[in-house]
Unconditional design. Structure first.
Length: 369
């Protein structure tokens, strides 16, 4: 029995080793996966790899989360600085105190015997023994005068649309919004604040349009003082603060020139109002609307923009004229051909179109001036 040994056929040519790319930023990558020039598979042990991003290798960069901008901190005022009503009395109390003080001084004068006889008889008082001005009399004068001055000195008048902000030794003591005659402690420092609805028309302020062209804008702001304590004590001058808020908002929001779409103008007004309301609300100022009343180019760009607008209008006028001339020439040539008045080949048609175009342009140029 003959045994035939089976031999495995050897591959033709030398066996190519599996080459690998390896460095500090990547793991092992079989080269044959990138540059395969063989039909048959090459048995190379593979293992899961993760390729890191490497500069200059053409690999796709990893996706990174966009960095979220930090929210702008809102202006903060002392939370305890909030408007509250002050303690006041009706004006009759001050008048009564003043009358009592005057009566006390008169009685002390009669007691000391310094009251003139005519005044004694006029008032119907008995004749005084005249004790003279001693320590008791001076004390009575002092007490009666203090009561009278304290009563009459605290009288004040409240008006509609005005408020009093009261303070004592640098401390806020309350706000008075009452009207009419009333009595306020004369030792308190009073500051009058206008709380009516007010319209402020600003001076020309720097602004810019959507393309960054410098503008000058006059803004109309409708506002009022809502919290008198914060508006008076929270900032040095709430009107100057409001002006700075409007100017800062104009530097951030593009403003359109007159003639722009209504939607863009309304959007700019709403954005300006929202920004100013956010900044001015912290100091007790309530803003209802911020609208550009007049917008014009800045002096440094006004001349250039005027020339640009004139050039645009001139170009538009020329385009309109050329379109009209071409339509007229086309209509003329078409009518002549369709009615059989002339028979034109291509060369004659081109010559006729040229002559008609020159004639129509010259006629329109003479009629323009």
């Amino acid at each position: 029995m003959t045994t035939t040994a089976s031999h495995t056929p050897e591959p033709e040519g030398p066996v190519r080793p599996a080459r690998l790319i390896q460095n500090e930023a990547t793991t092992e990558i079989p080269v044959h996966l990138l540059f395969r020039d063989e039909a048959g598979p090459v048995s190379v042990p593979l293992r899961p790899t993760v390729v890191a991003r490497r500069q200059g290798t053409g690999e796709q960069p990893r996706l990174r989360r966009p960095v979220q901008p930090k929210p702008r901190p809102e202006p903060q005022i002392d939370p305890e600085l909030v408007e509250r009503p002050a303690w006041v009395l009706p004006g009759a109390a001050g008048v009564l105190a003043g009358v009592c003080g005057a009566a006390g001084c008169l009685a002390t004068s009669w007691w000391a015997g310094v009251l003139p006889p005519l005044a004694v008889h006029a008032l119907g008082l008995p004749t005084s023994a005249g004790a003279g001005l001693g320590p008791a009399q001076w004390a009575a004068y002092t007490g009666a005068g203090a009561v009278g001055l304290f009563g009459l000195g605290g009288l004040t008048r409240g008006r509609t649309g005005r408020a009093w902000v009261l303070g004592l030794f640098g401390r806020y003591r309350g706000t008075v919004r009452r009207t009419g005659l009333m009595w306020v402690n004369p030792l308190l420092l009073r500051r009058r604040v206008d709380v009516r609805l007010r319209h402020w028309r600003s001076e020309p302020m720097p602004a810019a349009d959507g393309n960054g062209v410098a503008l000058r804008a006059v803004v109309l702001v409708v506002w009022r003082v809502k919290d008198t304590a914060r508006a008076t004590l929270g900032v040095e001058d709430h009107e100057s603060y409001l002006r700075e808020c409007v100017e800062a908002a104009l530097a951030r929001v593009p403003v359109e020139m007159p003639g722009a779409t209504r939607g863009s103008v309304e959007a700019a007004s709403e954005t300006l109002t929202r920004l100013v309301v956010r900044d001015a609300g912290a100091v007790g100022v309530e803003v209802f609307s911020v609208r550009p009343a007049r917008v014009e180019y800045a002096p440094e760009v006004a001349a250039a923009m005027h020339r640009r607008r004139i050039a645009a209008l001139d170009a538009q006028d020329r385009a309109t004229m050329v379109t009209s001339v071409v339509d007229s020439v086309e209509d003329t040539v078409t009518r002549l051909t369709m009615r059989g008045l002339v028979e034109l080949d291509d060369y004659e048609r081109k010559a006729l179109v040229k002559d008609l175009t020159v004639a129509f342009c010259a006629g329109r140029g003479e009629a323009a001036p």
